[in-house]
Design a binder for this molecule. Sequence first.
Ligand code: MLT
Length: 386
Amino acid sequence: MKRNANLNALKPSYLFPEVNMKRKQFQETHPEAQVISLGIGDTTEPLDPFIAEALAKAASELSTLAGYSGYGPEQGIKPLREAVAEKLYHGMIEADDVFISDGAKCDIGRLQVLFGKEISIAVQDPAYPVYVDGSLLQGVKKIDYLPCNPENDFFPELSEKSDLIYFCSPNNPTGAVATRQQLEKLVAFALKNRSIIIYDSAYASYIQDKNLPKSIYEIEGAKKVAIEISSFSKLAGFTGVRLGWTIVPKELLYEDATSIRADWNRITCTIFNGASNIAQKGALSVLQKEGLEAIQKTISFYLENAAIIKSALEQKGFEVYGGLNAPYLWVRTQDLSWNAFQKFLEKYHIVTTPGSGFGPSGEHFLRFTAFGKRSNILEAAKRLKN
Ligand code: MLT
């Protein structure tokens, strides 16, 4: 059996397991160190009882003849598709254009199946590694890295045409949030060049500034050029529960005017069997008034974490970006990213994520996550300040 040659294009290990391995190595030689992880962005706060009870009730219903359900619709249960369209998009999109999934990362992988390997893609640089790795796995060869840095306000220069443009706002890893004007520029570029934007809005709920757009569909014309991927992970603490969604508007067409949505539906029915019925019932409770209030409290809590770390780093003289309408801080370092990572680990016993792991323009930066228990965040801030 020969190895799938596309796998050769990948680095041997995905970024976060590599970070974990370095942490483990350090902990083995320093067993006394109380290491704090501000590396992977994983939620730490418990679910609100209102949401947990909805999940428990959904599980319990499965034990009754009347309440049992097996396979559900591959696209997700209708009330949840409707609730997403109404509560999160305020009617901007139609419920039957919402496809519920088991998470944004999984849908990014399946999107590559939709577009195949004979395409060119553009990614913000730095970027969430799955856009590039997922494309490489499909055999995509033409990848354009668009530098995003403090000098260009983290908005790339758009000049070369690409078939797909991956764009994430609020951005993982930089914490930058695109303004309305910037998104208008992006949509206009895609319309002119007949590109498709894959818009990742997994962190949209962290946008507190009312002037900043939470969805690409707030921009006129976007339905003709954009697919939006999003998630309940950071919205509602569902990183372990697993649930996300993708929006493929009916207006989005191939060059021969046939429907992209129809193909996405075909792929969804073919290599996905619908999201967990329990998780979907839990998500329904998230989108009720009580659930929405509960998640806003948790989001504010994580944003306070971001402010605490930002202030500690700034007091130490670091140049810090993000963290205002996003749960990530992006910090410039003199050292190369992996060296800076090692220094923070050895000096402060704090795990970060090296910026270069997100792409060449991430070199000389570290990413700090604001997801964490308050005691750990305060302790990390104390160590940084001292
Ligand atoms: C991150 O740390 O970048 C995210 O938690 C990873 C993910 O969402 O898959």
